[in-house]
Write a new protein. Sequence first.
Length: 572
Amino acid sequence: MKLHRHPTRSAVLPLLVCSLLCCGGPGAARAQVSDEEPPEADLLLVGGRIFTADDLTSIHQAVAIRGDRIVEVGGDDLAYRYRADRVVDLRGRLVAPGFNDTHIHVRGNPRRYVDFSGTRSIEEFKDRVRAKAAELGPAEWITGWGWSEDEMAEGRRPLRRDVDEAAPENPVVIRRAGGHSSVVNSLALELAGIDRTTPDPEAGVIERDENGELNGIIRERADLVSRLVPPAGPEELRESLIENLRGLLALGITSIIQAGEDAQGVRSWQEIYAEHGGALPRVAVQPRAGSDAEETIRRLEDLGMRPGEGDERFRLGPVKLLVDGGYTGPAAWTLEPYRNQPDYFGHGRFSQQELYEISKAAHERGWQLGFHAIGDAAIKVTVDAWRRVLDESPRADHRHYLNHFTVLPPVETLRTMADYNMVIAQQPNFTYTLEGRYAEHLEGERLQTNNPVRTPMSHGVFVALGSDILPIGPMVGLYAAVTRKGMSGQVYGPGERLTMPEAIVGYTRNGAYLTFEEDRKGTLEPGKLADLIVLSDDLLTMDPERIMEVQVDMTILGGRVVYERETPSATP
């Protein structure tokens, strides 16, 4: 049975050219003054370019806000038709809906944690480890996240020997950016009981050098070591989590889908948002599925909440399951072997039957599915399992979606996705930041079409955009979406490029569709939530090579200015 597409499939990234509505510019004549008292607004933005991200991707000059809602968008005559507590002269700057990151991992930072993002050399990496070892003292575990060999001056990964040199008396486990591989030191391996005779674990790899010695890299299964790290207390994590969430507002992110939490994690997020939700980005939290159908049912029942339950600040999102690994492992599950590795296809974590059983258990209980699938084998097997579930238990507006979708699957898989309304949460920034991993492991069309958007769209598949924190900043994703350039400047699959209006819509309106909230946010239209951003430059007209220089001057969440960059141009 083929399912009818939901009417909101018209929300697919539009191919329409921006239409400039003739509403009057900054020099327009003053509207005729009426004897009637003008309506009140709390905030009025005038003299800019208001990109609404609506079906016409229309542009206006002003927007009026009352309470947490948009009252009206139009020309600069709004300045004379509303009495406002605050009027911001945009001076021609671009206003857009707040970014909606459809796949993100925000965490609190334990005292033993080190942020390695932006590390540019092995020596800098070791210096950060040394500093934490000196702070904590001997025998204390050191953890961290964020290194990437593609950003290292040496062009290689940090290895066991590097960590041993930096912290010989501390067990250390540090995840790569992306989270699919980790480097550990000798003391950590010893405490975990791992040596050169230890076999590779299920769905993971313990790497060895040319002499068979452990090099300190563990792919996908860092839990073999990290299980020994003493857990941080809730209070230790809570304050830094709130701080990290507030930091997203400076990036223009007003909504997120937090990926993969257990029942305790969901409750912690709920508690934080009950207290601080008005000053934090809106969130949909994805609960984690189990390793089989029975465990999945138990986990979902433990939540004590129904699918989609919540409000405009906090809500339950779709169920998450890791179908395969990633290219930072590498362990993405592919139909063809890896480049220069004729016997390696990555790792699938489940068979098609297992995926079917888990998916069916969640689907029949009313849950939306949002599964991690990077390799084309993982994508195909998941789509086939979902098709079977939907044939047996039809639900027209399920909005099940695949996260990542890195390797383009067979055309028949794309057709099935379109027919059954299976959608995609894509991360275009991967093309930029993971260029080195793709170039090492993919070739030909598979390399050129990595993280495809245009091709799925051409087959009628809905696509929303996000970051998966590689990096979080949306400007990298916008840059990669419209240029298809990697860090080296090389262009990959120019046919997959989006226009800038399409890319912004993908990061705003389409993200709202994934959480069934397109009627309340994602576009700048009257009656919708006043979540919007003021940008330092006009993304719609500027040289694409300068996109990553663009800054967020102001972020407005629910009608309140929650972030304002310290610059004269951002003040009224």
